[in-house]
Design a protein around this ligand. Structure first.
Ligand SMILES: [Zn+2]
Length: 190
């Protein structure tokens, strides 16, 4: 015998697998898209499919992009002297929405030699003068900064990190804009 509400339950499970969505919300969403607003539900399904198919990472910096090279890397009005290293493409969205940074970015979401080589190449190609670590402050990020700085071993490059205003352990997306602005302005040498 066919299990009852199999598809509905599968949908609930799918929503519940998203970050920050509990079973209760997942059930509400599933009910909403399958019954309350089925047209919206189909639209959502289409959006998800398109996003999964077309959104990728920028070849140069790792930012979210729909092309090989992201808008920021392709924008020659950006200040090439400054490079902010972030932990996730989400952090780029945060910094971009604040409009306080006009340099370029590099996403360092894992530590491997390939990615570090790519970062080194990015710095050389763009003639970067200052590397700003825009990491979530904490012991791990201090160790990571030291490691990256050592690996890059670049001369004539200033290394700095965003500082005051960003509380330890709070990720960039949860920081208010004013604090972020202060943190960038008050960046300190690593
Ligand atoms: Zn890019």
């Amino acid at each position: 015998m066919k299990k009852s509400l199999e598809k509905f339950n599968e949908l609930v499970e799918a929503f519940a697998s998203l970050p920050g969505v509990g079973k209760k919300s997942a059930t509400r969403y599933a009910y909403h898209v399958s019954l309350t607003d089925s047209f919206g539900g189909l639209k959502l399904a289409q959006c998800i499919e398109d996003a999964v198919r077309f959104i990728k990472r920028c070849d140069k910096c790792g930012n979210i992009s729909e092309d090989e090279i992201c808008d920021i890397c392709a924008d020659d009005t950006r200040d090439c002297d400054l490079l902010a290293i972030v932990e996730s493409p989400k952090d780029i969205l945060v910094l971009e929405s604040s409009k306080i940074f006009n340099g370029r970015y590099f996403v360092l979401d894992e530590l491997n030699d390939d990615l570090l080589d790519k970062l080194s190449l990015f710095i050389d190609e763009n003639d970067v003068k200052e590397v700003i670590f825009a990491f979530t402050p904490g012991l791990n990020s201090d160790a990571l900064m030291m490691f990256v700085e050592d690996k890059l071993n670049k001369q004539n490059i200033r290394f700095s990190k965003i500082a005051q205003g960003v509380p330890t352990g709070v990720s960039l997306e949860n920081i208010d804009m004013l604090s972020l602005l202060k943190a960038l302005e008050a960046r300190t040498k690593t």
